[in-house]
Design a protein around this ligand. Structure first.
Ligand code: OOG
Ligand code: MG
Length: 257
């Protein structure tokens, strides 16, 4: 699309994140379609790289019905992860650094040997070195956590922070593992990895395909978040959050007061 000020839109979204201040949706106003929105996302993440962050992976979004229903957007999307977004397992996040943070349980992959662009993954066990339970902290930069498809793509799919639990070798099956999200020891969400495109392994095929359309090739050593298995829940000050994935274990974080 001609005439979109990609850098200007990215700057608005970047400042909203840096200052934890919500902004109005902008896709309609500036005329963003999906390809242009991915261009804004690239520019938004480029701002982070210019201040010294490193690109360390990719995340999928809206790979489950629960998530699509929660935000009212029904297309699979992808975003970029940098090292500054990673919080150690069991670590502390400051909720006041975000606008309206939410947490969701995910499955993470540690990427290994990936096929050539355009080729299917084929052998998952050689494409993925290890798997882990994870928590994603999402924070839409838009007021009221409301957005259209191009809005959320431009906003790097609400990516804000993530925690990865202990890595395990790839188990025989990943398609029907129980998933819990606990807040302060109480179950807040229950689900199954089957909610993630029927099998989270499919999220990798989708990620390779969709990112490939925009010239992004996944790399060995990258982290890959397959998408939340349940709806996200608000992160309150002082909360202790755990994601538990059957057979894979637990990832946790704490929100400071
Ligand atoms: C968009 C990001 C969705 C997921 O796991 O589905 C996402 C949002 O919900 O704000 O990260
Ligand atoms: Mg997510």
């Amino acid at each position: 699309m001609i005439g979109v000020d990609t850098l200007g839109v990215a700057a608005k979204l970047g400042e909203a994140a840096d200052t934890a201040t919500a902004i109005p949706q902008l896709a309609d106003e500036v005329g963003l379609d999906v390809p242009t929105a991915y261009g804004v996302q690239a520019a938004l993440v480029q701002r982070r790289l210019e201040r010294g962050e490193r690109l360390i992976g990719l995340k999928m979004g809206l790979t489950s019905r629960a998530k699509m229903a929660q935000v009212g957007v029904d297309e699979v999307i992808w975003g970029r992860l940098t090292d500054a977004m990673r919080v150690p397992d069991g670590g502390v996040v400051d909720p006041s650094a975000y606008i309206h943070p939410r947490v969701e349980p995910e499955v993470a992959f540690l990427l290994d040997r990936l096929p050539e662009p355009g080729e299917p993954v084929g052998d998952f066990a050689s494409a993925v070195r290890a798997v882990a339970p994870a928590i994603e902290l999402i924070d839409s930069r838009y007021a009221d956590f409301r957005f259209s498809l191009p809005d959320v793509i431009a906003d790097n799919t609400s990516a804000a922070a993530f925690v990865i639990g202990p890595w395990s070798p790839v188990p025989a099956g990943l398609d029907n593992l129980g998933v819990l999200l606990e807040v302060d020891g109480r179950v807040a969400q229950v689900g199954s990895t089957a909610a993630i495109l029927g099998d989270p392994r499919r999220a990798l095929d989708e990620g390779i395909r969709l990112a490939g359309r925009h010239g992004v090739r996944l790399e060995s050593g990258w982290v890959f978040l397959a998408g939340a298995a349940t709806a996200a829940v608000p992160l309150r000050p002082g909360a202790h959050v755990r994601a538990v994935v059957e057979k894979l274990g637990t990832a946790s974080l704490r929100a400071s007061e």
